[in-house]
Design a protein around this ligand. Structure first.
Ligand code: BYC
Length: 483
């Protein structure tokens, strides 16, 4: 069959570029899983708007030069498909004990359990985020934002399909069981929660949504990059294509926060406010004050740091040695790719102080990835701070110290201020409302979350975007709301 891997076959019920029509067993397994997925989407996907026409992009190719087309689609009719980046000829395992050996096209028996665990963890986060965001449609600040929310949601749904394909095709019966479990767990559920901490938190308002897509989706980016290096080629190819879609999710976060900051600065200037920390005055303008934005940032950044696991981890070392999970930009790093004698400076708590201590680089891989993540986070911060300084305000958004508000790793048992000063339990309890959103802050933000559904109009607390999606004009009707 001469199907072009670049183009996606839409003739089967499940669009794909993996030749499913000739892989009957897997096609059948996926078709068997499909109704449960649709049930999950109806129960746990976006609340309302399921009959609305949404201007969505759908992947029709995996060619980086042009892979998506935009059109009005009802979300339940979105064509969730299986898309892998094209196979690289003669690809070699780029790190670990099998460095330089041909990449695996089948699961290596000895690493089966490890691989399955990583695929399941990755898969679990995708539906979790859709569940966390399901109420947001009702309070969208514009049709443009509503459309972006739904774009993110349908693509997270597709990322679930991506992991389920790997489970169904490569992991036999237990893969099928895991695929069913992915539809059974629920974000925040007491008995059957999602696997990782940040995915059981609430996303109560749109500022949280932007922070989540900026900080938590960026953990997704780092993890997908690491898995894209995998010696297990189908996982690598799957993650490489997922990263193409992921870029838009972080764009939504970065520009979303930029627009909130912009609107706040504009409103403060118009009102002649000189002190951005005069919260009551700023809030009276119907915009979100910068100190509250900083609190949300503190919360989402610290929750996202937890997603990297412990600083020192034998799991991470084993996955690297095995050739299953590499480093960020592994192939561009110049070293032995085996980390036999290398060390890496790890932040540790020593005599009440956070200090860098050299550890074997192999066990420090989570720390290294987290450092790469932090560097990546800084870029957006610079843009937001540019907006503030251009408006002539003396205020800077900053990333909190790694010791702040942590539940995983070296700092999980201590309390610290955003500046990294260790404090006791009582001080934390008394003062945490200064650093992470308090109930009052939440209520204030909630009071601003009234929906705006007129094309081209935006809620009071957020600026219009600079450009439209797919170059559409400012008053484009991104969602044709059907009630
Ligand atoms: N919450 O050796 P350790 C995304 C557990 S986001 C709860 O310290 P390891 C997306 C850990 O499971 C990316 N438990 O850590 C974003 C282990 O338990 P078991 C998702 C946690 O294994 C937005 C124990 O603690 N992908 O795509 O080196 C929207 C000791 O583990 C947590 C991945 O995460 C936590 N935060 O690293 C949509 C990639 N942290 O198994 C999507 C795959 C640790 O001993 N995952 N534990 O009972 C991994 O590579 C690693 O499993 C982790 C943890 C980075 C998560």
């Amino acid at each position: 069959m001469n199907m072009n891997i670049m183009n996606v076959d839409y003739s089967t019920k499940i669009p794909n570029n993996v030749n499913l029509s000739e892989d009957r067993q897997v096609l059948k397994a996926l078709e068997g899983w499909h109704p449960g997925y649709i049930d999950w989407w109806n129960d746990m996907g976006p609340e309302g708007f399921q009959q609305s026409l949404v201007y969505l992009r759908t992947a029709y190719s995996v060619d980086p030069r042009g892979w998506a087309k935009f059109d009005y689609v009802k979300m339940p009719d979105y064509r969730w498909g299986i898309l892998l980046a094209p196979q690289e000829e003669n690809r070699k395992i780029p790190f670990g004990e099998h460095y330089g050996e041909p990449a695996w096209q089948e699961v290596p028996g000895e690493y089966r359990a490890m691989l399955r665990r990583l695929v399941v963890i990755q898969g679990d986060t995708e539906p979790a985020s859709v569940e966390q965001q399901r109420h947001l449609g009702k309070t969208a600040p514009s049709l443009y934002d509503l459309r972006n929310l739904f774009q993110v949601n349908v693509e997270e749904g597709r990322h679930l399909w991506a992991m389920v394909y790997l489970l169904q095709k490569y992991f036999g019966r237990d893969g099928r069981e895991e695929a069913d479990e992915l539809l059974r767990r629920r974000s925040g559920d007491e008995d059957s929660p999602r696997m990782l901490g940040a995915f059981n938190e609430k996303t109560p308002d749109w500022l949280s949504f932007f922070m989540f897509t900026y900080f938590t989706d960026r953990d997704g980016k780092m993890q997908l990059h690491s898995l894209a290096q995998s010696g297990f080629d189908p996982l690598s190819r799957t993650c490489r294509f997922m990263l193409t879609e992921e870029a838009h999710h972080m764009f939504v976060g970065e520009t979303g926060i930029t627009r909130v900051v912009q609107r706040t600065c504009d409103a403060m200037r118009e009102a002649g406010i000189t002190d951005p920390s005069d919260i009551a005055k700023v809030r009276a303008l119907g915009v979100i004050d910068l100190p509250t934005i900083q609190k949300k940032l503190n919360l989402h950044y610290s929750l996202s740091l937890d997603l990297f696991g412990s600083e020192v981890s034998t799991n991470a070392a084993n996955a690297f040695n095995a050739g299953i999970k590499g480093r960020y930009h592994e192939t561009q790093i110049e070293d032995d790719h085996q980390l036999k004698n290398a060390t890496y400076p790890v932040l540790k708590l020593i005599n009440g102080e956070a200090r860098r201590v050299d550890e074997p680089a192999l066990t420090a891989l989570n720390m290294r990835l987290r450092d790469d993540y932090t560097q990546d986070c800084v870029k957006g911060m610079l843009r937001w701070n540019k907006v503030i300084s251009t408006a002539d305000y003396d205020y800077k958004l900053t990333l909190p110290n790694v010791a702040f508000n942590r539940a995983i790793g070296e700092f999980k048992d201590v309390h610290a201020t955003p500046d990294g000063i260790l404090i006791d339990d009582a001080t934390w309890t008394k003062r945490k409302g200064e650093w992470i959103p308090s109930r009052d802050d939440g209520e204030f933000i909630a009071s601003l979350m009234t929906p705006v559904t007129e094309p081209g109009q935006f809620a009071s607390w957020i600026a219009a975007p600079k450009v439209g999606i797919d170059n559409k004009p400012g008053d484009f009707e991104y969602v044709k709301i059907e009630t």
